[in-house]
Ligand binder design. Structure first.
Ligand code: ATP
Length: 186
């Protein structure tokens, strides 16, 4: 691809079970890095090794509006109705499988998107500012949900955040992406 390189030479390893926060100025390339790791961008050189199952959570919920809540879980994840119901119940939506995403508040949609990513049983979870533009109380609730979904798993997690509060609460390491082309520093 022509044009300037957004990312410079990067060396990043995540251990099983650890949560790493990725921060840095707006426009530096955090989303690009996440998308590159997820295999959604391929204009890079070098080697990226990811485990078999990677899940990505975006800022905005990515539910299919024309499908029921149960379908939103069962179709992409290929899981049973029973597991779909269990996932719905885990975010306070027990018995709502036949409803549609537009019948949920934005907060409920975001919680369901998060729970869906965990229900995919990933080895690597990539989250792009999943709690941005929520008030502190709702952000705390979402972080609590994140922690309970993550508890006991050995998922490696890379979470992009602008919030020091989020990074401190959720991550054991914080990396800063800066410069142009962008490089990582601890
Ligand atoms: N679809 C696109 N087409 C062209 N340039 C893009 C596109 N998406 C992003 N860019 C450019 O790539 C660079 C990195 O963008 P990216 O979204 O990765 O930054 P970011 O660090 O995630 O920013 P933010 O914190 O604001 O979300 C920016 O300079 C942006 O202008």
């Amino acid at each position: 691809m022509s044009g300037r390189a957004i990312l410079g030479a990067l060396d990043l390893s995540l251990f099983k079970g650890e949560t790493v926060a990725l921060t840095g100025p707006s426009g530096v390339g955090k989303t690009t890095l996440l998308r590159t790791i997820a295999g959604l961008e391929n204009s890079h050189s070098g080697t990226i090794t990811t485990p078999p199952n990677t899940a990505m959570v975006f800022q905005e919920p990515t539910l299919l509006k024309w499908r029921s809540l149960a379908d939103n879980l069962m179709i992409p994840l290929k899981i049973s109705q029973e597991k779909a119901e269990h996932t719905l119940a885990s975010v306070g939506l027990a018995g709502r499988g036949a409803d549609f995403p537009t019948q949920l508040s934005l907060g409920q949609q975001r919680r369901l998107s998060l729970a869906r990513a965990f229900a995919a049983d990933p080895d690597l979870m990539l989250l792009d500012e999943p709690f941005v533009s929520l008030d502190d109380a709702l952000a705390d609730e979402m972080m609590g949900l994140f922690e309970s979904l993550q508890a006991g798993s050995d998922i490696a997690t890379l979470i992009v955040t602008h919030s020091e509060r989020e990074a401190k609460r959720l991550a054991s390491r914080v990396l800063v992406l800066s410069g142009s082309p962008a490089v990582l520093r601890p």
